[in-house]
Write a protein that binds this ligand. Structure first.
Ligand SMILES: Cc1cc2nc3c(=O)[nH]c(=O)nc-3n(C[C@H](O)[C@H](O)[C@H](O)COP(=O)(O)OP(=O)(O)OC[C@H]3O[C@@H](n4cnc5c(N)ncnc54)[C@H](O)[C@@H]3O)c2cc1C
Length: 465
């Protein structure tokens, strides 16, 4: 890619500018749709089904490779706030997710197949998006302006070329996937449906364990054969997607304080709380499949079937998909990208999604949305309009671009810790957590609305509409 292309492109008229987007995942699909709506022609590359990744199973765009949830919709939570901000910017991915929602308590769960099929349709039907089902193996293959949104499982040849482009090693860690079970194979003489503290609409299936069953279960997980990653010497796991066996290594009680937490789940068959409780979440609209919440694992397949059938209620479980482990690749964004997520080596080469060091489906889609605006601004020779630091999108962007984070750069999902500190009117620290969060959300919404109105957008209504 030559720098002269970059200079020429920056003065081109919007309607005649063709923008390349590589990767039709969560970030690439959102980015392509936003750019096309702005009036640009988009050439969208997606290598599947010609070449598959280790985790994707279909040729559909925005395929969800593991859980079928975008996390909480609660307006008091960080994921809920990110959705509010993305909705303010008219996120396509959020709209389509809501159209394919399945019951999942406070979370935005989706029928994974219907969702991805729907995203594919919307992208393919957009008159300004042209699809090319080729693998991009080198940057020289594409025209700028371009957005690389090839995700954590970027094709190895492109990853090599990106390494050359940036002049240093990519970072990596490992992710694991949780198993999915055929609903008809769950034993409801033992399992029951309920939400924690009976807060929601009884969306989760709960499988109780007594102390002895729990201890046997932990013993078997400890002894089980695990699949070790081949390509790297050390294994870094992202905290939010840690395999259960790695949690068990931290202590036998860890699962009881994590995915097997029994609190707020009184067993109606015994009238008591169990010693530990496994939860399953609906995986598709027809409720024919459920995934085991938080049970991502790299145990060998045979071991998974044997050990997970020890869970009361899952004695005869039929596994539609077993857990597995995958590499996850990202750029050291604070060192290598500009504040608008363009390369420091080529200002018309942008990056979006998980490859920039955000973690999570919806975080990836949100960065895709934001980058569409950055591309538009650069083409128009405008300075990038960075979302305010008080907003969650601004805080997320800050978390991946702040040079102070470059040394031990680790992917991040959204959480309250990303926000700037919050003090009361007298400049004193607010100690009450709930009050602090409420004020942080209020401050975020105010700042975001002001910023987004400058982008010419208006909030389209409340999340739960
Ligand atoms: C195994 C695994 C499990 C995960 N589980 C979860 C989870 O449960 N919940 C969660 O919130 N997040 C999860 N994540 C993290 C992350 O949010 C998702 O990976 C998310 O899909 C990232 O979005 P993206 O758009 O950046 O990448 P992707 O959605 O992966 O999209 C990238 C696209 O680029 C295509 N592509 C790659 N290379 C090329 C190339 N050279 N040429 C053309 N096309 C190319 C791919 O086929 C893919 O369609 C998981 C990640 C992994 C790897």
């Amino acid at each position: 890619m030559s720098t002269s292309t970059v200079t020429n492109k920056s003065s081109l008229d919007q309607l005649s500018t063709k923008i390349t987007v590589v990767g039709a995942g969560l970030a690439g699909s959102e980015c392509a749709l936003q750019l096309a709506d702005m009036g640009y022609s988009v050439l969208l590359y997606e290598m599947r089904t010609q070449t598959m990744t280790e985790a994707h199973k279909t040729g559909d765009f925005a395929e969800l490779v593991c859980s079928n949830s975008f996390g909480s919709l609660s307006p008091e939570s960080a994921p809920g706030q990110l959705k509010w901000e993305a909705e303010t910017l008219n996120s396509y991915i959020l709209k389509i997710a809501k159209q394919n929602q399945v019951p999942a308590g406070q979370a935005l769960g989706m029928d994974r197949e219907a969702f991805a099929r729907n995203v594919s349709q919307v992208v393919k039907q957009h008159p300004r998006i042209e699809i090319c089902h080729d693998v991009v193996t080198s940057l020289s293959q594409i025209q700028t302006p371009a957005v690389i949104a090839t995700g954590p499982l970027t094709h190895p040849e492109l990853a090599e070329d990106l390494k050359k482009h940036f002049g240093d090693e990519f970072l990596y860690f490992f992710d694991a996937i949780a198993p999915i079970i055929d609903t008809d194979s769950i034993n409801f003489d033992i399992a029951w449906k309920a939400d924690r503290y009976d807060k929601g609409t009884a969306d989760y299936i709960n499988c109780p364990m007594d102390k002895e069953q729990y201890e046997n279960f932990i013993r078997e997980i400890t002894a089980a054969r695990k699949i070790e990653p081949k390509h790297f010497e050390t294994t870094n796991f992202f905290e939010g997607c840690m395999p259960i066996e790695v949690m068990v290594e931290r202590g036998p009680e860890t699962l009881r304080f994590g995915p097997m937490k029994p609190v707020g789940l009184r067993n109606p068959k015994t009238g008591r709380d169990a010693h530990a409780c496994v939860q399953l979440r609906q995986d598709n609209k027809d409720a024919t499949a459920y995934n085991i919440v938080g049970f991502q694992t790299r145990m060998a397949y045979g071991e998974q079937t044997r050990i997970f059938r020890m869970i009361p209620g899952l004695e005869n479980a039929e596994f539609l998909k077993l857990g597995s482990i995958h590499r996850n690749l990202f750029i050291n964004t604070p060192k290598r990208l500009n504040a608008d997520l363009s390369s420091q080596n080529n200002p018309m080469l942008f990056f979006a999604g998980q490859i920039t060091g955000v973690e999570g489906y919806f975080e990836s889609a949100s960065i895709g949305l934001l980058v569409a605006h950055f591309v538009d601004q650069k083409i128009k020779n405008q300075a990038p309009s960075i979302p305010p630091r008080d907003s969650l999108l601004g805080s997320l962007l800050n978390a991946i671009t702040d040079p102070e984070r470059a040394e031990n750069f680790q992917p991040t999902n959204v959480n309250f810790g990303l926000f700037p500190p919050m003090s009361d009117h007298n400049g004193k620290k607010i100690r009450d957590k709930a009050t602090k969060k409420k004020l942080q959300i209020e401050r975020a919404q105010k700042a975001f609305l002001q910023w987004s109105s400058e982008l010419g957008k208006n909030h389209q209504g409340s999340l739960n509409n």
